[in-house]
Design a binder for this molecule. Structure first.
Ligand SMILES: NC(=O)c1ccc[n+]([C@@H]2O[C@H](COP(=O)([O-])OP(=O)(O)OC[C@H]3O[C@@H](n4cnc5c(N)ncnc54)[C@H](OP(=O)(O)O)[C@@H]3O)[C@@H](O)[C@H]2O)c1
Length: 245
């Protein structure tokens, strides 16, 4: 496998929050980043910022609900930089609410983005990683993927699923591919923007204002996992505010 300084890392959900922080930190550390999200303007702005700082970056409009978009993102990395070392499947939404509200479209959206988006990433990158003989999946789950609470049932379910799928992938991956689950607690990002129930949103924003940590903390955990030697597979990192119960 190539050295850390020349790693090529594709990141979904790179237009804000944790994905954006990871893009900036990994490029500061010499990695080439290939950024995907639906908001192309924000991605292009981020690419320009990275390039201005002396880094290497590319981007493509990527909706993780569309399998072909993930294939295109992986293809962009391989065509532009000759390989893909890491896929960070980070895109996620959290339109949480009580099950009694029957916000079925929100449930479907969370399943499509949070679970199927990760699966489409695996479908796009796994054959490339197998062919290369190296590769690393980093999948963003959540502390809600360890423990659920009222309003978070479906969101939690998607994050439990990300952890189960990632662990299964790790067991099937063999001795050449690495798999890391990143489970953040409350982090200051735009995640509440995806919340459709105003009362629940206000409550989450209040909790975030009280205790959430910087997305840089999660970016550092992602960098830690990536920077380990090829024979060291960091399987899961939970990073949460000290104040989070
Ligand atoms: N913030 C927290 O407290 C927290 C805690 C635990 C886990 N997480 C997880 O961390 C991950 C990143 O979220 P964040 O907190 O950084 O929130 P964020 O600031 O809202 O970032 C979410 C990212 O996902 C992208 N996205 C949303 N839907 C997408 C789609 N269909 N296709 C492609 N990209 C899509 C968004 O970009 P576009 O809108 O431009 O597409 C954005 O770049 C998520 O998986 C989230 O569940 C967050």
């Amino acid at each position: 496998m190539s050295g850390t300084e020349s790693k090529v890392v594709a990141i979904t959900g790179a237009s804000s929050g944790i994905g954006e922080a990871a893009a900036l930190l990994l490029s500061e550390r010499g990695m080439k980043v290939v950024l995907g999200a639906r908001g192309l303007d924000r991605l292009e702005f981020l690419v320009a910022r990275i390039v201005d700082a002396g880094g290497e970056a590319a981007c493509a409009r990527t909706d993780v609900k569309r399998r072909e978009d993930l294939s295109e993102l992986v293809k962009l990395a391989c065509e532009r930089y000759g390989k893909l070392d890491v896929l960070v499947s980070n895109a996620g939404i959290a339109p949480i609410s009580l099950l009694d509200d029957l916000r079925v479209e929100d449930w479907e959206d969370m399943i499509d983005v949070n679970i199927k988006g990760v699966l489409y990433g695996i479908a796009a990158a796994l054959p490339v990683f197998r062919k290369q003989g190296f590769g690393h999946f980093v999948n963003t789950a959540s502390t809600a993927g360890h423990k659920t609470v009222p309003t978070m049932s479906v969101y939690s379910g998607t994050k439990f699923a990300v952890r189960a799928i990632s662990e299964g992938l790790r067991q099937e991956a063999g001795d050449k591919l690495r798999v890391t689950i990143i489970s953040p607690g409350f982090v200051h990002t735009n995640l509440a923007d995806s919340m459709t129930n105003p009362e629940v949103k206000a409550q989450i924003v209040g909790t975030m204002d009280k205790m959430a940590i910087s997305p840089d903390a999660i970016a550092r955990a992602i960098a830690f996992a990536i920077e380990q030697p090829a024979d060291v597979d960091v399987n899961e990192i939970i990073v949460r505010p000290t104040a989070q119960g």
